[in-house]
Design a protein around this ligand. Structure first.
Ligand code: ADP
Length: 342
């Protein structure tokens, strides 16, 4: 049984003005998140990612559909019961949301105090958490004395305080520089692997998905348009909208503007070949073009690595007789996915 199951979940907000339509922020989403997953939810801004997470965290009720956490239906539960559910779910935020006037220790202790833990237990648990996130020496510091990465580590320690089974991270590294992002991602990975916490990450950053996610769902206009294994979704997105979003975050896919520049600078037909795993087939592509007597040059490209598996995109300007190019591209498509810029 999945740890989190969403079935036909929708959430709409009432129209803001008289002429306005209601906003369907989440539209008929069905998704299963297994215990132990690091599940990435990605998509353009406004796609409905944060709303979806607020539904899972029971901060807002869904308009329709079913949400089960560990087999328990949470739609329709009363506030008191929801509080219990929320204790089992930790939240980490982009802007950390720490109490600026409280010490690091008091920040991490806060959810335990709310949950009514005894003082001595709180002390021991906070010590353990600060050691886990590497901030034992900062227990007495206040947030404004910490770097962004340290603040987020406090945020993670606080989120883990009540030993939740699920951690929701909403753009948790988006306010951090690339190096600090890696440090926080490494910590989240340990949270998942060492503490067995299931993590749901909302992000628009490729780094996050690449480093820690095992599965991913792509959202667009309230819907989950594609989901599955990270490598599969990123190396060969099927849905046109996920292809467009994934194209903006993976390396080697020229944007429409870059394509226009390439077309201006290079003669011939502009063809992008996409490869998954193994390099041998790239050589086959070059051979096919050469054997067809075509001239070609590499004009754009990039290789991505997702936990040791590679995929990439090479864009070529191909020159020669049109019919010969057509025939060669049929041969090439045996070894790579071929898209031609029109
Ligand atoms: P994302 O997290 O992908 O950027 P959101 O879930 O924040 O997207 O928003 C999805 C859509 O729902 C947007 O059109 C947004 O304006 C709308 N929305 C989100 N929250 C509310 C709200 N409380 N009231 C009205 N509309 C909202």
């Amino acid at each position: 049984m999945a740890l989190v199951t969403l079935e036909h979940v929708s959430k709409s907000y009432p129209a803001a003005g008289r002429a306005a339509e209601p906003v369907v922020a989440v539209d008929d989403v069905s998704l299963e998140i297994e215990a132990g997953d690091v599940y990435g939810i990605i998509g353009y801004s406004g796609a409905g990612k944060s709303t979806l997470v607020r539904l899972v965290n029971a901060l807002e009720p869904a308009t329709s559909g079913s949400i089960r956490i560990d087999g328990r239906e949470i739609t329709g539960l009363r506030e008191r019961e929801l509080r219990g559910i929320r204790l089992g779910i930790g939240m980490v935020f982009q802007q950390f949301e720490l109490f600026e006037a409280k010490t690091v220790r008091a920040n991490v202790a806060y959810p335990l105090k709310v949950a009514g833990w005894a003082k001595a237990d709180i002390r021991a648990r906070v010590d353990e958490l600060l050691a886990f996130v590497g901030l034992s020496d900062k227990a007495g510091a206040r947030p404004d004395q910490l770097s962004g990465g340290q603040k987020q580590r406090v945020g993670i320690a606080r989120a883990l305080a009540t030993r939740p089974r699920i951690l929701l991270a909403d753009e948790a590294t988006s306010a951090l520089d690339p190096e600090t992002t890696q440090e926080v991602l490494a910590l989240l990975k340990r949270v998942n692997e060492e503490q067995g916490v299931t993590i749901i990450v909302i992000t628009h950053e490729m780094d996050v998905i690449q480093s820690i996610a095992t599965k991913v769902a792509v959202m667009d206009r309230g819907r989950v348009i594609e989901h599955g294994d990270v490598f599969d979704v990123f190396s060969a997105p099927r849905h046109p909208s996920s292809r467009s979003f994934v194209g903006t975050v993976v390396k080697g896919v020229p944007s429409p503007t870059e394509l226009a520049v390439l077309r201006e600078r290079h003669e011939g037909r502009i063809v992008t070949c996409s490869f998954r795993d193994g390099d041998a087939r790239q050589a086959r592509v070059f051979l096919d073009l050469a054997e067809a007597g075509l001239e070609f040059e590499l004009v754009y490209g990039g290789i991505n690595d997702i936990r040791g598996r590679a995929f990439g995109h090479l864009t070529l300007a191909v020159r020669g007789d049109d019919a010969a190019i057509d025939r060669a591209l049929v041969a090439v498509s045996q070894h790579a996915d071929v898209t031609e810029a029109r």
